[in-house]
Design a protein around this ligand. Structure first.
Ligand code: CP
Length: 298
């Protein structure tokens, strides 16, 4: 049985196969007769707010022939403290797969162990694998193979998005630079586990030099709202704007996984100048996740 719980655990060949399938899903959208989820019902268990992840999975499941059931904590006994393993054992007898967006990585691992149905990580505190698959699809559409490219992540380098980037870099042979204040750099343990060509610096300009892609994410991730004032202060020097872009490779991509906070991690002019890439990146969530769903049941 296949699960996508993290990019750390996803073998390189499987990642490449999903990325190729995502390109095909995009090209054949609306004309493909393939319905790998026909007759299936998938559950989406989401603990946090979401626009892109929820919409792209719901549309993707429909397009692959399946039915979808969305559950927030308020709709199920999870919100009243039922253990995840009991919920998993019930769901596993009724639905064919689950997509989970929550805080603790351990919760999706426990769910997959007890439900015994394909389980997909739609975001945890540790990783955001579907986002990074869509991001790589976008880079390859625009710049060709990601191998040997330089991707610079700017901002909170210790959260789920850069972590999934790290595990991708270790497998797909591109250079990853993380520009972040000391307090927001990945741990030594994560760097060791990821392997690959990854560097961390507090110096944004050094990290931007010659980069093919400058990538950012919100400074205050969901669940970190209590740290908002401190984060905005510490991260204030890590905005992607025209003066940073001057140091990147000519024609470099600017990417943002969204939602964006203009004037914080990116300025308005830079976001609008690179809106085509950023919203292609959002659209590719649909195609990449359809590829993940089809892979799960293959
Ligand atoms: N990028 C992302 O995961 O967006 P949502 O929070 O809107 O799903």
């Amino acid at each position: 049985m296949k699960h996508l719980l993290s990019l750390e655990k996803l073998p390189r060949a499987e990642m490449e196969s999903i990325l190729s399938a995502a390109v095909k899903m995009k090209k054949e959208r609306g004309s493909s007769k393939q319905q790998p989820l026909k007759g299936q019902t998938w559950a989406m268990i989401f603990t946090k707010s979401s626009t892109r992840t929820r919409v792209s999975f719901e549309v993707g499941i429909h397009e692959l022939g399946g039915n979808v059931m969305f559950l927030s904590p308020a709709d199920s006994q999870l919100g009243r403290g039922e253990p995840i393993q009991d919920t998993a054992r019930v769901m596993g007898r009724m639905v064919h797969g689950a997509i989970i967006q929550t805080f603790a990585q351990r919760d999706i691992e426990v769910f997959s162990e007890h439900a015994k149905i394909p389980t997909i990580n739609a975001l945890t505190d540790d990783e955001h694998p579907c986002q990074i698959l869509a991001d790589i699809q976008t880079i390859q559409e625009k710049l060709g193979p990601i191998q040997n490219k330089i991707v610079t992540f700017v901002g909170d380098g210790a959260c789920n998005v850069p972590t999934s980037w790290m595990f991708a870099a270790g497998k797909l042979d591109f250079e990853l630079r993380i520009a972040a204040p000391k307090a927001f750099q990945p741990s030594a343990d994560l760097l060791k586990r990821a392997g690959g060509k990854i560097s961390c610096t507090e110096d944004l300009i050094t990290a931007a030099k010659g980069a093919d892609v400058l990538y950012t994410d919100v400074w205050v991730s969901m669940g970190k709202e209590a740290e908002s004032a401190e984060r905005l202060k510490i991260l204030s020097g890590y905005q992607i704007n025209a003066s940073v872009m001057k140091h990147a490779k000519p024609g470099a991509l600017v990417m943002h996984c969204l939602p964006a906070y203009r004037g914080k991690e990116i300025d308005e002019a830079t976001l609008e100048a690179h809106a085509q890439t950023i919203f292609d990146q959002a659209e590719n969530r649909l195609h990449a996740q359809k590829a993940v769903l089809a892979w799960c049941v293959s």
